[in-house]
Design a binder for this molecule. Structure first.
Ligand SMILES: C[S@@+](CC[C@H](N)C(=O)[O-])C[C@H]1O[C@@H](n2cnc3c(N)ncnc32)[C@H](O)[C@@H]1O
Length: 235
């Protein structure tokens, strides 16, 4: 076994252990004003991006989400017009895959496997989404393998959609921010168009119940934004 596949196996075990401890975190409740602000602002920006890039309307597009978790984004994309039969998701963790299958329409194909080895042919998808997967992966080789697979399966005129944080969380050693320079290295020979979004979640959680407007203004100033949202397209 090569040292890179051994390090990927160790990383998979670590990811399983981290997510086993993360169940039921109240910070991610829809009834928390801070979480609601983050979700709604992110959706507004993503819909704007899909429109600006000429990706919308979504009907007829074929999409894969790597690291789909419990299928939140798969269901959102159905709301926004993609056909369930054109949607695919994969995730490493069997319990998340089970939950995604339970919550999504049956026509959505959801598989339990690692994004390091996708079973799809080259140039299959119009859209390949990753949302906060790379920051969950600390191992450089695994990150690189996932990036290569995403580039392989996206069509030449398709787009990778990127949403992930670029700062480290000092309170959470199990995540690692992905800087712009890291994204450039992961996706060479690609056009990368990303912007800073999502006001720092700890700040939003404190402010949102007092002033939605203040959160909106701060997010537009961007200095305290912690994530990148954008597209990555093959040159
Ligand atoms: C923070 S969650 C994000 C879930 C979903 N993308 C979202 O935004 O709601 C990260 C997900 O990536 C998955 N993941 C991490 N490494 C992976 C890998 N190598 N292959 C597939 N999924 C992976 C985890 O199991 C987890 O469900």
């Amino acid at each position: 076994m090569s040292s890179s596949s051994r390090s990927s196996q160790v990383e998979e075990v670590r990811i399983h252990e981290v997510y086993a401890k993360r169940q039921g975190d109240v910070r991610y409740s829809w009834f928390s004003p801070g979480h609601l602000f983050i979700i709604q602002e992110r959706e507004r920006q993503l819909l704007g991006l899909l429109k600006k890039k000429g990706i919308a309307p979504l009907e007829g597009k074929v999409m894969l989400e790597v690291g789909c978790g419990t299928g939140y984004w798969l269901r959102q994309f159905i709301n926004w017009g993609i056909r369930p039969s054109n949607l695919n998701g994969i995730d490493l963790l069997p319990d998340r895959v089970d939950e995604a299958r339970r919550l999504c329409p049956e026509a959505v194909r959801i598989e339990c496997r690692s994004a390091t080895e996708l079973e799809y042919a080259d140039d299959t998808f119009d859209l390949v989404l990753q949302s906060t997967v790379f920051s969950s992966v600390l191992d450089h080789n695994m990150r690189q393998q996932i990036a290569l697979e995403m580039q392989r399966v996206v069509k030449a005129d398709g787009a990778i959609i990127w949403y992930d944080f670029h700062v480290n969380n000092p309170l959470n050693p199990n995540v690692l921010g992905v800087k712009k320079q890291d994204i450039i290295q992961l996706f060479p020979d690609c056009h990368i168009d990303i912007s800073r979004v999502t006001l720092a979640p700890p700040l939003v959680r404190k402010l949102a119940s007092f002033s939605w407007l203040l959160c909106s203004v701060l997010e537009r100033i961007k200095v305290a934004n912690t994530h990148y949202l954008g597209t990555i397209q093959k040159l």
